[in-house]
Design a protein around this ligand. Structure first.
Ligand SMILES: [Zn+2]
Length: 306
């Protein structure tokens, strides 16, 4: 049986796994993302050895998804706001030291949308945009049934489109990016501001309080939803997509975020384009990145290595 391995590096976790030819998940693991690039490649090598020991030569190809601005021609991350340890790192030489099958690299959100498009909530959609909202916002785009990587591979950085001129400073160097206004951290910050408290708490706790009807918590989510709605209206007016899929940790509290987001998206986009776009939750959840990476490796194997 031919199998494919996928890796999805995030700011806090590295998710990886193995799928069969049809995309069924045979292995699904998570480890913490180390702080140093050298440690990351040591972990990747250890993980790779484990996969090979279990599945032997059945692994035919692998896909590695990295967060940040990925230069397709040079096969490296130019800038990763949420995982800066890999900025400029020569990825191919580090990976080919231990991976002995054809492998492919890309931005992790590109792989996530590819996974959803092939076997998830985006199956059959000819135009599809995926937003994963967590520590940052990843965006993947499918146009005319194909992954849209952009001229140099930099497409899909909706997280760094300005939605608030007076907003937070962003790790990308800009200000008021969608990612800074809708992130888990911003929801916590807004809650502290609205509740006039200095309490140190996680976004999950703000969600818990929202579910208990806490007004400041609900307002923090709807404030983020307002800016998410601006982001959605940009996507709808620019691309007129068939579907927008929303996923990531913050969307686990989607019921508090979505009403404001949809209201604002509807208000700011052309009604005909809004009506024809289906806005849904992702189906593969946080597995989309590694599943998509493995599916991409499967589908591109014939075109050669990298
Ligand atoms: Zn930014």
């Amino acid at each position: 049986m031919d199998l494919y391995a996928g890796f999805d590096l995030g700011g806090t976790h590295l998710k990886y796994g193995v799928i069969d030819e049809k995309g069924s998940v045979l292995q699904d693991e998570t480890v913490n993302t180390p702080e140093k690039a050298e440690e990351l490649f040591v972990i990747l090598e250890t993980v790779w050895d484990t996969i090979r020991n279990v599945h032997h030569s059945n692994i035919k190809a692998a896909g590695f998804g990295f967060p940040g601005i990925f230069h397709a021609r040079e096969q490296r991350i130019i800038q990763s706001p949420n995982c800066p340890q890999i900025d400029g790192h020569a990825l191919v030489p580090s990976i080919e030291k231990f991976v002995d099958v054809p492998f492919f690299l890309d931005n992790e959100a590109n792989y996530a949308v590819y996974g959803e498009h092939k076997i998830g909530a985006g199956k059959g959609a000819q135009s599809l945009v995926l937003l994963t909202i967590g520590t940052g916002i990843g965006t993947g785009i499918i146009l005319s049934g194909q992954l849209w990587q952009g001229a140099c591979g930099f497409a899909g950085e909706l997280g760094h489109v300005t939605v608030n001129l007076d907003g937070e400073l962003c790790r990308c160097g800009s200000q008021g990016c969608l990612e800074t206004e809708v992130s888990a951290q911003k929801i916590v910050k807004s809650f502290r501001q609205f509740s006039r408290s200095e309490e140190n708490l996680a976004s999950e706790e703000v969600a818990h309080r929202a579910s208990n009807g806490d007004k400041a918590a609900l307002k923090a989510f709807s404030h983020a939803g307002f800016f998410l709605g601006i982001g959605l209206s940009i996507v709808i007016n620019l691309l007129n997509p068939e579907k927008i899929l929303l996923g990531g940790g913050v969307m686990e509290s989607g019921e508090f975020l979505l009403p404001a987001a949809l209201e604002e998206a509807k208000h700011r986009s052309f009604s005909t384009a809004y009506e024809c776009c289906s806005i849904e939750q992702t189906q593969l959840g946080n597995k989309a990145g590694f599943i998509g990476a493995a599916l991409w490796a499967r589908d591109n194997l014939l075109h050669g290595q990298h």
